[in-house]
Design a protein around this ligand. Structure first.
Ligand SMILES: CC(C)(COP(=O)(O)OP(=O)(O)OC[C@H]1O[C@@H](n2cnc3c(N)ncnc32)[C@H](O)[C@@H]1OP(=O)(O)O)[C@@H](O)C(=O)NCCC(=O)NCCS
Length: 212
């Protein structure tokens, strides 16, 4: 058994969309069926500027490339599908370059304005950032460093100045997502933020790129 990471092209994301959404739903503990509501949005995201995705697979084959913990390699174009064909998807992460026409950026800017952050500070934050949109590992594979490996690979070599993300507020920051983001050096951009249509409070976290 080997666990390996692969960068995914938009086509490969489309091919693995059902599995990737099942990873997302099980990791987040959402009700079955949530996948169907998200599919069109995840596909639309693949067309955004700077979109990048990384997946973690477990394969029965000993010859799988880039074993986790070793020297993980970026698969050559056209080979990822073959490498992952008989492998189980354990985790997925993706994001893209933030832009003013995106709902997420508009919501975050509104929140920062309501908190009276000066416009130059908002501009400095929002002019050049990678939005880490999704990061999920199936519950059975959590707690062995896979999430951190996905995040590090996703954020490596990015041209943006910052990385930003939103994550649900949790009492005492007591979950793996919060521990991971703090370990990677993310700091508070805004706490207790409410996105339109979602009753849950979110934290917006960020840090400069690259990661150390
Ligand atoms: C958040 C999430 C992606 C993190 O991924 P993960 O693989 O579980 O976690 P990490 O990569 O950070 O690994 C952390 C754990 O692995 C351990 N670990 C780290 N490197 C390791 C290694 N090389 N070997 C073994 N264990 C290791 C750490 O000690 C840590 O254990 P602990 O949390 O029990 O203290 C994952 O837990 C998840 O999908 N959670 C639910 C969905 C979610 O909240 N997503 C984010 C929404 S914004």
């Amino acid at each position: 058994m080997a666990t390996f990471l692969l960068d995914m092209s938009p086509r490969e994301m489309a091919d693995h969309l059902g599995e990737a959404l099942r990873v997302y739903v099980s990791a987040m503990g959402y009700p079955p069926g949530t996948e169907r509501q998200r599919a069109a949005m995840w596909l639309e995201h693949t067309r955004r500027n700077g979109w990048k995705a990384v997946a973690a697979f477990r394969s029965g084959a000993d010859s799988a490339p880039g074993h986790l913990g070793g020297d993980t390699t970026v698969s050559e174009a056209g080979t990822a599908a073959a490498q992952s064909a008989d492998a189980e998807l354990l985790g997925v992460a993706y994001g893209y370059c933030g832009a003013p026409d995106q709902w997420w950026q508009q919501q975050v800017v509104l929140g920062l304005q309501r908190r009276n952050l000066p416009e130059p500070d908002i501009a400095r934050l929002m002019t050049s950032y990678f939005e880490l949109t999704e990061l999920h590992v199936v519950p059975s594979a959590q707690g062995s460093g896979l999430g951190e490996a996905l995040a590090r690979r996703l954020l490596s070599g990015r041209p943006e100045a910052n990385v930003l993300l939103s994550t649900p507020e949790t009492s005492g920051e007591a979950n793996r997502a919060w521990r991971l983001y703090r370990r990677l050096g993310f700091t508070d951009v805004m706490r207790g933020h409410h996105f339109t249509g979602d009753p849950r409070p979110f934290a917006i976290l960020g840090r400069p790129l690259p990661l150390p």
